[in-house]
Design a protein around this ligand. Sequence first.
Ligand code: ARG
Ligand code: ZN
Ligand code: CA
Length: 334
Amino acid sequence: MKKLLFGALALGLMFSCNNDNMSSQNEMDPATTPSVTAELNRNCFSEEIRQEDLQKSPELRQRFTELEANTEMFSKNTQLGKVLTDGTVEIPVVVNILYSNDAENLSDARIAEQIDVLNADYSGTNTDVSKIPTEFQSVKAGDVKIKFRLANTVRKATTTTSWVRDTMKKSSSGGIDATSPSNYLNIWIVGKVVSTDGRTILGYATFPESAGLWNDGVVIPAPYFGKTGAVTNFNLGRTATHEVGHYLNLRHIWGDAKCGDDLVADTPTQTSENYNTPSYPLYNRCSGKNRSVMFMNYMDYVNDAAMFMFSAGQKTRMQAVVASTGARSGLRVY
Ligand code: ARG
Ligand code: ZN
Ligand code: CA
C-alpha cells in the first residue's frame, strides 16, 4: 500500500516536469504563454527535489505516507466540525543570509518587509484581497491563522555567487547550518540558485516530511526576497508566500501534472501552471469539463501582483501540519 502510494506520487511528479508536452488547453484564452518567465525556468524545483529525496530515503517515504494520512484525517475531522484549528500558531523565523556583495546582504528593513508580507498574505489582510473574484469569495481562506515572527538573522560573507541545492545549508560546504529546524522556519538568502541542469531558481522549499532535518526550510535568492529593491514582477514578497506554502504541505495548484490533483477539493482542476498576469476569467478544460481556474492562487506561477489568495481547503492542509498532531507541531513561539 505504501509502495503503491509512493509509486503514484513518483509517477505524478515525473509528469510534472514535462511541461513541454503540455499543450496549452486554455481554450477560451490563449494568452498564457510562459514567455517572459521562461528565462527564469521556475518549473517545479521544490517538487523535483522532493521526488529525488523521497526516492533516496525509505525513512522520508514513510514520513510522507504518515503526513498524508494525518492530513486526510485532519480534513475529515474538520469537515465533521470536530476540530478546526488549535487557534493561531506563530512560527519563529530565522533568516540566514549568505552574501557575496553588499546588494545581497539584505537590510533588516527588507527582512521586516518580507515578514510583514507573510503575515498579511497568511491572514488574508493583504491589500489586494479585494481583487478575489466573486465566484471564489466563498472558498477563500480568509485568516489561515498562521503568523510569522522574526527570531534571528544570521549573516555570513561568502565568495560563492551561485549555489547548488542545499550546499547553502551546511557550514561544511560554505553555508550556514540551520537553527533548530524542528522549532524554527529557516530561510536561506543567497545570491543565486541553479539546478544541476543550469536553470535559475526563484526559490525552493522542503515539504513537511522533512520536518526537523538539517536541510529543512526555504531558500530564496536575494532578488526575489522582500519588496524594496527586489526584481520586477517578483517584488511583492510572494515567492516567500509560495515557498512557505510548500513548507506547510501545499502543492502547486495544477497538481504538477496535466489536469493534476493538488489534493485540495476547493481549488478547481486546471490544465497546467499559469505565468505573467492572466486575465480573468480563464477557462481550462479537464475531463470534458470547462472550469474557471483560480490562477490568482499563491500556489500558481503567476507574477507577484497577480496572486492574492489561498483557498479554505489549502488552509485546512496547512493547519493539519502545524496542529499539535501535525508534522510541524514544533514550530511555536512560546
Ligand atoms: N517557482 C517557484 C517554485 O516553484 C516559486 C514561484 C513563485 N512565484 C512568484 N510569483 N513569486 O517554488
Ligand atoms: Zn512551487
Ligand atoms: Ca484541486
